[in-house]
Design a protein around this ligand. Structure first.
Ligand code: PMV
Length: 317
C-alpha cells in the first residue's frame, strides 16, 4: 500500500459572513496559496485498526485511542470509515500539516478535515465523491463552530468560488475576469464559535436591527454576484466597504481590522473588509496587480503580521 497525500486550500469570504448563517446569500473563494495536507502511510507490522496521528501544530503525537471522541481529527476518520462501511483496516499513520493561518477566518479546520477524509478514503481504496467529503466536513465544522452555515466546507471541498445560500443548491461561479486580493492577518486569534454565538445573542435581543443588517448584507452579496461578471472593480470595492460597515454594526470587527482596512484603502485598494468570523483573523483588500505590493507594504506597516496575495479567476483573463 503506497503512502497517500491529500490537500485542501484555505478560503476567504468575499461577501456575507454571519448573515449567511441566517439564510442570506454569501460569496466565498478558495485561496490556493495556502493548504492543509494529510499524508497516510501504512504501519507495517502493527495490529489492524491501529491509527497513529501526528500534528506538530498542536503538539500531537498520539494513538487515535488517546484522543477524545469528539476531537475533530478522530471524528473525521471515524465518519470516513463509517461512510465506507469499513470495520477493519490495516494500521496507518496520519501526518497533518498546514500553511493556513489558524483561527484566522481562513477555514483551516475545514481544510484539515477535507484533507483527512480524502487521504484516508483513498488509502482504503475508495476515494469519496466531493458531495460526501463536503457532508462529512460539515459534520466536523459543527464541532468547531456549533451552528455553521456550511459555506467553509463547501468552498474548501469544491475549490471553486461559490455563491452560497444555506440549504440551497451550490452555485459555482465561473469568473470571466480576474480579481487580485491582498489578505492581511491581524495576528489575533479569534474563535468563530464565539463571534457566531455573540451575533446570535445580539440578534435574539434585537431581532429587528439584526434582521435588517443581515438583509442588507444579502443585498450586497446579490449585487456583488452580478458585479463579478462585469469587471467593475471600483463597484466591487465599494460593495466590500459597505459590507464592512455592516459588519462593524454587527460588532464583529475590531480596531485592528478597521485600521488595516483603512491602511489598504489609503494605499489605493478598491475596497477592504474583514473576512470570516471577525474580531481578529484576516481582512481582505481588492487591489490591482500594479498596486498589490504597495498595499501589502502598507498593511505590514499598519501592524499586519503577514500578508498573502492571491488572484481569483486568473486563468480566464
Ligand atoms: O470560519 P470563519 O471564521 O471563516 O467563519 C465562517 C463564516 C461565518 O459566516 C462567520 C460562520 C458560518 O458558519 O458561515
Amino acid at each position: 500500500m503506497p503512502a497517500i497525500t491529500s490537500s485542501a486550500p484555505g478560503k476567504i469570504i468575499l461577501f456575507g459572513e454571519h448573515a449567511v448563517v441566517y439564510g442570506q446569500p454569501a460569496i466565498a473563494a478558495p485561496v490556493m496559496e495556502v493548504r492543509a495536507r494529510a499524508i497516510v502511510t501504512p504501519l507495517i507490522g502493527q495490529p489492524s485498526n491501529s491509527i497513529q496521528i501526528q500534528d506538530p501544530a498542536f503538539d500531537l503525537e498520539n494513538s487515535i485511542k488517546d484522543l477524545p471522541l469528539e476531537h475533530a481529527i478522530s471524528r473525521s476518520i471515524e465518519l470516513t470509515l463509517k461512510e465506507l462501511g469499513v470495520t477493519s483496516h490495516p494500521a496507518f499513520k496520519l501526518q497533518l500539516s498546514s500553511t493556513i493561518p489558524l483561527a484566522a477566518g481562513m477555514g483551516s479546520g475545514a481544510a484539515i478535515s477535507a484533507a483527512i477524509i480524502r487521504a484516508v478514503s483513498t488509502f482504503l481504496g475508495a476515494s469519496l465523491e466531493d458531495e460526501i467529503v463536503n457532508q462529512i466536513t460539515y459534520e466536523i465544522e459543527k464541532i468547531h463552530h456549533g451552528t455553521p452555515s456550511g459555506i467553509d466546507n463547501t468552498v474548501i471541498t469544491y475549490q471553486l468560488p461559490i455563491f452560497y445560500i444555506k440549504g440551497q443548491t451550490i452555485e459555482m461561479i465561473e469568473l470571466q475576469h480576474s480579481y487580485d486580493f491582498v489578505l492581511a492577518d491581524t495576528g489575533l486569534k479569534s474563535s468563530t464559535a464565539i463571534t457566531v454565538g455573540d451575533v446570535r445573542k445580539a440578534w435574539e435581543e434585537n431581532p429587528d436591527k439584526y434582521n435588517a443588517l443581515f438583509e442588507a448584507c444579502g443585498d450586497i452579496a446579490l449585487e456583488a454576484r452580478l458585479t463579478l461578471n462585469t469587471a467593475d472593480r471600483q463597484k466591487l470595492g465599494r460593495l466590500m466597504n459597505e459590507n464592512q460597515k455592516l459588519l462593524q454594526e454587527m460588532d464583529v470587527s475590531s480596531p485592528e481590522l478597521d485600521l488595516l482596512c483603512e491602511a489598504a484603502l489609503d494605499a489605493g485598494a478598491f475596497g477592504a473588509k474583514l473576512s470570516g468570523g471577525g474580531r481578529g483573523g484576516i481582512m481582505i483588500a481588492l487591489v490591482t496587480k500594479e498596486n498589490s505590493q504597495e498595499v501589502s507594504d502598507a498593511l505590514m506597516a499598519a501592524g499586519a503580521v503577514n500578508t498573502i496575495t492571491t488572484c481569483l479567476g486568473a486563468q480566464n483573463e
